[in-house]
Design a protein around this ligand. Sequence first.
Ligand code: G3P
Length: 214
Amino acid sequence: MKFFLDTADIDEIRRASAWGILDGVTTNPSLVAKTGRRFDDVKAEILDLVKGPVSLEVTATDYDGMMTQARALAAEGEQVVVKIPLTQAGIQATATCTKEGIKTNVTLCFSANQALVAAKAGATYISPFVGRLDDIGNPGMEVVADILEVYKNFNFETQVLAASLRHPAHVLDAARLGAHVATMPIKVIEQLFKHPMTDIGLARFMADWQKVPE
Ligand code: G3P
């Protein structure tokens, strides 16, 4: 399973990169806004730091506007994956990107039928928003399972990128289902490392080590 960091914060990307387990980064307009910085500045720094896939989202909502932005973003680096919302214009843009060899991450996916449409357009990744489905009382992980089943039936190559993951149990569930990628806020990645028994065990080892004669 690949781990992507869901952020536009450079310090977080630096910190998580140092752990050696990060495969890529996903951003969205809200995450960029949270930094308080210009998109062009944030984008340049992220692409400088991250050589794995970096999802950068279009902000146009019409087909022509999406394509203009998609081509410009893709030209910024080999690692760029153009993030496109799951609308009719977005799917049309995804299909064109596929023909032009531009990698895509179709975002704001909330159903397996939407994911089917994205796969038919040749999306590189599909991003079902697990936490936001949970928020409205609709188990998000069931949608991930449905998508994986449907994709397997037809050998679609689109990778399932479990997004809007809010806690470690989401990550475990996505991994058990076989989702190709999990994108997470840094807090969730940090939680994956933690277990109280590890802390207790390490403290005991260190205390006992003091008793070993030199
Ligand atoms: O990658 C999509 C993700 O950023 C959405 O997460 O927590 O805003 O639903 P959230």
